[in-house]
Design a protein around this ligand. Structure first.
Ligand code: KG4
Ligand code: ZN
Length: 337
């Protein structure tokens, strides 16, 4: 069994995962409320809270799995990308636990975790597949021929899709994180009420033309809200949320559709926090049915940050034997796998 730890942003996560992708436990302590009053994650506060919570979360994950440290074959941990102070809490904890038992340590790329989340559970996805990862910090379409790596076919040139949700929610006066708030409110609104831009950038010379851009959309919402004024914005908030969400979803789906048609991969997966969005899940399902490919949409708790996906990626990542990981550092940015 693998003990996996994830602390790259504002969720303190630990999980126990089997080598065939069985999830024995997947515990998450969310810090969302702690950061809400600041309208976003405050790195220093996140690190401190990770430090306070991590031991209890690891203990919970082991207990729920009915496992002790003696049952573990390795300890996996997110090495990056993420907030450096937050990452260091997870990495130090993982090193200490692994070193105490002379276990190997598996340093995992957080994005690799999102890409292989669909390999968990009783119906794992099989490569080759395409994966749309949309989270708070990243948005890309990748091709996976072997689960040990992924090739990015196109990515956002500015904001990530989750960032677009969070900033849009802020403009609309909804709470943080904005994605779930817009998702809920949009159900009561008309997605065709407002016309927001669907930006599909041409991309650079070395891009496959599958890039994304969301910064213009956010500006467009800002101007619309300014033009409507406070009262009218409040009255039409659900329509604004639904229309804004539809623009993000349409851009993501357009690129995913192009990627499927060009790459001819039979399997498709979603990943990242935005993959928890109901409109995106429904639209991706419709797209894949239309194109005759099978779609894996991981359970919502496997889309947003979690440690089970880090355990999933650990199965396909080289491990470091004791004591070679003791001087390993976290990496706020990682070179792409
Ligand atoms: O993957 P994740 O948990 O963390 C990162 O690696 O960034 O993604 C967090 C992002 C946030 O921007 C959040 O607003 C968004 O995912 N998100 C959603 C939903 N749930 C979380 N966006 C849209 N709809 C949702 N239901
Ligand atoms: Zn993430």
């Amino acid at each position: 069994m693998i003990l996996a730890i994830e602390t790259s942003c504002d969720d303190t996560c630990a999980a126990v995962v089997g080598h065939r992708g069985e999830i024995h436990s997947n515990k998450i302590a969310s810090q969302g409320l702690l950061h809400e009053r600041y309208g976003g994650v405050v790195p220093e506060i996140a690190s401190r809270r990770h430090l306070e919570t991590i031991d209890a979360i690891v203990a919970d994950a082991l207990e729920e799995a009915g496992a002790g440290l003696d049952d573990l074959d390795s300890v996996a941990v997110t090495r990056g990308p993420g907030l450096i102070g937050a990452l260091l809490v997870g990495l130090s904890t993982a090193k200490a636990l692994a070193a105490a038992r002379r276990l190997p340590l598996v340093p995992v790329d957080h994005l690799h975790g999102h890409v292989v989340a669909s390999t968990l559970g009783s119906d794992p996805i099989e490569p080759p597949y395409l994966c749309l990862v949309a989270s708070g910090g990243h948005t890309f379409v990748a091709r996976v021929d072997d689960p040990s790596s992924y090739a990015i076919l196109g990515q956002t040139l500015d904001d990530a899709a989750g960032e677009a949700f969070d900033k849009g929610a802020r403009i609309l006066g909804l709470g943080y994180p904005g994605g779930p708030a817009i998702d809920r409110l949009a159900r009561e609104g008309d997605a065709r009420a407002f016309d927001f831009p669907r930006s599909l950038p041409v991309g650079g010379a070395d891009s496959a033309g599958l890039d994304f851009s969301f910064s213009g959309l956010k500006t467009s919402l800002l101007y619309r809200v300014r033009d409507l004024g406070e009262q009218e914005t409040a009255r039409r908030r659900a329509d604004l949320a639904a229309s804004y969400q539809a623009a993000i979803v349409d851009s993501l789906i357009a690129r995913l559709g192009e990627a499927i048609e060009r790459q001819g991969a039979p399997h498709v997966a979603l990943g990242g926090g935005v993959a928890a969005n109901s409109a995106l899940r429904a639209a991706a399902q419709e797209l894949c049915e239309r194109l005759g490919v099978r779609l894996w949409t991981p359970a919502r708790e496997l889309c947003t940050d979690n440690a089970a996906m880090i355990g999933a990626a650990a199965r396909f990542t080289p491990q470091l034997a004791y004591p070679h990981y003791l001087s390993l550092d976290a990496a706020a940015r990682l070179e792409q796998a």
